[in-house]
Design a protein around this ligand. Structure first.
Ligand SMILES: [Zn+2]
Length: 432
């Protein structure tokens, strides 16, 4: 157990150091890790053997990251349809693996099988992000989740102690735990942080600011960020990841986009530079159930300039979330949340907002107004109408709250239109 802890510690240090390696060294490590993983998947995982044979691909063809796009893409549906024996490496009993499940908000959940080494790798990947933000082993963490993580023996000894709260508990309870335990670190989804910040503000609690607030699982809207900063006294760090791949893109102290943990994940964005495109990710440390060129279903935009923080890791300028979380236009184009934020972000009186689209050419904006100013609704309506394509009919409605059921993700745009519309032809590809 101690040996395991020591190895985890060593791997975290190595991951942290890789943020400032020379670019060519990092690339070499990525290529070597990918080459080994590809060969392993081809030889031991029936799904990959079949996928690659069908496409006429063999891992021996892999020379460098320049030809990564020759490797067939792994679609989520294919993974869902396969039996555990087809996706888990031969010689490993799926029933003896740890299992995590995606929420399955778009249908059947996806089951991910993890061996002991995969779990350790996932821990390292997650810890690394905290340490990039000055985490200390003595820091007390409060994490608010639907399902609780494992409590480790060393945590009871005071090493990185963590308390878990349930998102099913009322926000007043989380706030009370904050008062009682004074956590140094808070980790939760953006919607949960929003509810916590609102409650702390309503109760008028004056708490010492945590040193670090991590927002993950959902898109952190600028409005939520502002509220959290105001109520909890700390600017949250937005972290992106998926249950199936762990967290792998995160804001640094400069907040100038999302750094990709390139030593553990290879991220590609299938789009021309400056345009949103599907995120394709390879998890370099998952060997029980390999995830190679997995199409995540989310979109992002690549940032080509280096971050002033000095880390050499690649950057994503923006993460848009799921493709379906966008307004569909008649001509097949889609409008993502940053477009609406450009306009709505100008209004300080505006709290949360949400866009609903039931029909093509119809957009329904729900807003929570913190300070009711005369004529606000009609001003917002005309500002937004002015930038939307003219065929779109806009309706603005003031609501008291934007309800989200526990466990459900906050979505800024919910569209029932055009999920079957094919994505635009990919005009280029950015490898990271
Ligand atoms: Zn940076």
């Amino acid at each position: 157990m101690l040996l395991d802890g020591w190895k985890t510690f060593r791997l975290i240090r190595q991951a942290l150091a890789s943020s400032r390696w020379r670019r060519e060294d990092l690339r070499q490590v990525q290529e070597e890790r990918l080459r080994n993983l590809l060969m392993h998947a081809y030889q031991n995982v029936p799904l990959y053997r079949r996928l690659y044979t069908e496409a006429g691909y063999h891992p021996e063809k892999f020379r460098s990251l320049d030809d990564i796009d020759k490797i067939p893409i792994l679609q989520k549906d294919r993974l869902k349809q396969a039996s555990p024996e087809e996706i888990v490496a031969q010689g490993i009993d799926p029933h003896r693996c740890g299992v995590v499940e995606t929420s399955g908000s778009t249908g059947t959940p996806l089951r991910i099988f993890l061996g002991a080494l995969d779990q350790q790798w996932q821990r390292v990947v997650a810890w690394r992000i905290l340490f990039e933000h000055g985490f200390r082993w003595t820091d007390r963490t409060l994490e608010i989740r639907m399902t609780f993580g494992r409590q480790f023996f060393v945590q009871r000894l005071g090493i990185a102690p963590k308390e878990w709260c349930s998102i099913l508990d009322p926000p007043e309870f989380w706030a009370q735990r904050m008062v009682e335990t004074r956590p140094d670190v808070i980790v939760a989804g953006a919607g949960t942080l929003q509810a916590l910040a609102e409650t702390v503000q309503t109760l008028g609690l004056n708490l010492p600011s945590p040193r670090l607030i991590v927002s993950d699982s959902e898109t952190l809207s600028p409005a939520t960020r502002q509220l959290v900063r105001r109520a909890l006294g700390r600017d949250p760090v937005d972290v992106y990841g998926l249950v199936e791949l762990s967290n792998f893109a995160w804001e640094c102290e400069r907040r100038s986009g999302f750094h990709v943990s390139a030593d553990s994940h290879i991220v590609e964005v299938a789009a021309a530079s400056g345009e949103p495109g599907p995120i394709i990710t390879t998890a370099l440390g998952m060997w029980t159930m390999p995830m190679i060129r997995y199409e995540t279903g989310d979109l992002a935009e690549v940032e080509t300039t280096l971050c002033p923080c000095g880390r050499i890791l690649p950057l994503l300028r923006r993460i848009y979330g799921r493709r379906v979380d966008s307004v569909a236009l008649q001509d097949g184009r889609r409008i993502f949340w940053p477009f609406f934020h450009e306009v709505l972000g100008r209004y300080d009186e505006l709290g949360q907002w949400r866009i609903l689209q039931d029909e093509i050419n119809e957009v329904h904006l729900q807003i929570v107004v913190t300070n009711n100013v005369q004529g606000l609704l009609s001003r917002i309506e005309s500002d937004l109408q002015a930038v939307l394509p003219c065929e779109i009919r806009l309706r603005v409605e003031r609501v008291e709250t934007i309800p989200v059921s526990p466990g459900e993700k906050t979505r800024m745009i919910i569209s029932k239109v055009g999920t079957a519309i094919e994505p635009h032809p990919v005009s280029g590809r950015e490898g990271l």
